[in-house]
Design a protein around this ligand. Sequence first.
Ligand code: TLP
Length: 338
Amino acid sequence: MIDLRSDTVTRPSREMREASAGAEVGDDVYGEDPTVNELERRAADAVGMEAALFVPTGTMGNQIAGRVHTDHGQEVLAERDSHVVKWELAGFAQHAGLQVRMVDGDDRGVVSPGQVRESYVAEDLHRPGTGLLCLENTHNSKGGTAIAKEDVDAVCDEASELGVPVHVDGARLFNAVAALSTPAPELVENADSVMFCLSKGLGAPVGSVFAGSEGLVERGRRERKLFGGGMRQAGVLAAPGLLALENRERLAEDHENARALAESLDGVGGLRVPTPETNIVLLDTDGTGRTAEEFLGVCSDEGVLGVPFDEHVVRFCTHLDVDSEDVEAAVERVSSAL
Ligand code: TLP
C-alpha cells in the first residue's frame, strides 16, 4: 500500500525507537524530565521564541492558544478553510467560549490586512471584542501553500495596531520554511505564538510544540494540565521529537516528490493537478467523471491511499515514508486505475 493520506502516517524510525528506549526521564509535571526540557529548549530556539511547551497534539497546541490569548466570550478571526475552523470540533467555542469570525482568504489562504481591519470588532456594550487572529502556514486545505513572510508580517502589523495578538497554526511550519527559504524565527517573528507538529513531516510518532513568550508558555502549561495533557515521564515521547527536529532539512525531498507526483498525474484520465508548493497535492477529479470518493475507491483497489477534501477534491500527501520510487509506482497505479 502506498499511503498518501497524510504526513501523519509515518512510523517512527529505529533510531527514534532506540532514543525512546534510552531516554532519561523524570516527572514532567514537576518540570523534572530532562529530555522534555531539552526538547522544549531546542523547539523554542527553532522558532526564535522565548519558551516552548511540549503538547501531545497540534490540536491541543492550537486550543491552548485560544485560551491563553483571549477572554471567554471574545471573537477569534480565522481563515474560513483553516484547520481550527474545519477540523477541531469547534474547540475554540467549546474550550474558550470564542465566537469564530471567519475571513475568506484568497485561493492560497492568504488573509489581507484590510480583511483583518474590516473583521475586527471593538469591544463595547453590545460587541465582544476581537481577542485573537489565527493564521495557518502552510495552509492545509489550500494545498499546503507556503505563506511568505511579507504576507504574514502585513497582517501581524495590522493586528498589532488593533491590539490583537496573533497565533500561527504552523502544524507544517517547517514545510513553509523549506519552501520559502525563510528561517522559522523570521517567518513568525511578528506573531505572538506558534504551534508546530513534530508528528507530521518531521516523522515523530507523537507530539507538537506550543511556543511564545515565557509568560504565555507558563499560562499554556496550566491550560495543558486542564486539558489532561500533563504527561509525566514524557521523555520517552520527547526523545523521538528531538530526532524529528533534525528532519527539518529533508522536507525539501517531500516537496520534490509532491511536485513529481502532481506533474505526472496532471491530465491523466481527466485529472487536474496543480503544481504544489510543498508536500500537499490536491487533485481535481471532476474531469475523470468520478467523485473524490469514487476516485479514491479505484485508487485503493490499486494500492494507493488518499483522502477526500471535497466532492471532487482529493488530497495526496508526501512524507518521510514515501520515496521517489513510491511516487513513480503511485503514478502508474493511479493511471491504471483510471
Ligand atoms: N491535520 C490532519 C487532519 O486533522 C486534517 C491532516 O492529516 O492534515 N493544524 C493543521 C494545519 C493540521 O493540518 C493539523 C492536522 C492540525 C493542526 C492538528 O494536529 P493534530 O492531528 O496533531 O491534532
